[in-house]
Design a protein around this ligand. Structure first.
Ligand code: FPP
Length: 228
């Protein structure tokens, strides 16, 4: 049994498009259903004894390459999600945080993100982090440049960790849905000692019940962090 409680769970939500295609629906329907699943999983984690942080890969720096209509839809969906979610964040005592390069989003969307962060900043049960226009290499590069601009000549691991946008804690468990087995430039630094679970379930079909069983799997693993 692992003696390291699951404090930080990270999720790569994949398979929305395939879920929609299987049903003869537009890809956007898959994203809509995916947003519902984010809500259910967040509520589950807010009521889980050990989980403190939950990070979702919601939009990568590469996702801009998708057709403009799909990108526009994802932006609108995010705005709608945050607007509707505020009640649930307060009910579940969840603090919302965004990471990634937010400057490339529209001004109203940036405003919505900032307002949601501000309105939930005193909530204490769980921090839900949405990675938006996020790339792991970019995050590390920005952190290092920030340290250089402070005049640092020698940089320690601790300094890099603290300069990242996600200094909350290392990831304990990464889950990726849809059967793809890669990390796609997500949280490269923070995943150093994480356990990985890849499930074939498509994200819109993922449930709190399946998460509970993946957490059981995590709890049975022995984490050695390089020791024996
Ligand atoms: C991958 O499915 C999913 C994404 C593009 C990121 C996740 C986005 C959502 C769950 C939409 C809602 C998000 C918020 C925050 C409201 P895919 O399109 O790559 O699926 P495919 O590989 O089957 O094509």
């Amino acid at each position: 049994m692992t003696e390291t409680p699951l404090k930080h769970l990270a999720v790569i939500m994949d398979g929305n498009g395939r879920w929609a295609k299987e049903r003869g629906l537009k890809r956007t329907k898959g994203h809509e259903q995916g947003a519902e699943v984010i809500r259910d999983i967040t509520t589950y984690c807010a009521n889980h004894a050990t989980i403190e942080s939950l990070t979702f890969y919601a939009f990568s720096t590469e996702n801009w390459k998708r057709p403009k209509l799909e990108v526009d839809f994802l932006m609108k969906l995010l705005d709608r999600y945050l607007k509707n979610e505020l009640k649930t964040y307060q009910k579940d005592n969840v603090r919302f945080k965004a990471i990634g390069n937010l400057e490339e989003f529209s001004k109203p969307l940036q405003k919505r993100i900032k307002e949601t962060e501000e309105a939930t900043k005193d909530n204490t049960k769980l921090t839900q982090i949405l990675a938006l226009n996020y790339g792991g290499r970019a995050e590390i590069t920005t952190a290092v440049n920030q340290l250089i601009s402070q005049g640092k000549q020698q940089i320690t691991e601790e300094e890099i960790s603290n300069a990242l946008q996600t200094p909350y804690s290392d990831i304990d468990l990464l889950v990726r849905t849809s059967g793809e087995e890669r990390i796609s430039n997500f949280l490269l630094w923070q995943l150093s000692y994480a356990e990985f679970i890849f499930t074939p379930t498509l994200w819109p079909d993922f449930t709190p019940k399946e998460l509970a069983s993946l957490i059981k799997n995590y709890e049975q693993r022995t984490r050695r962090f390089g020791g024996i």
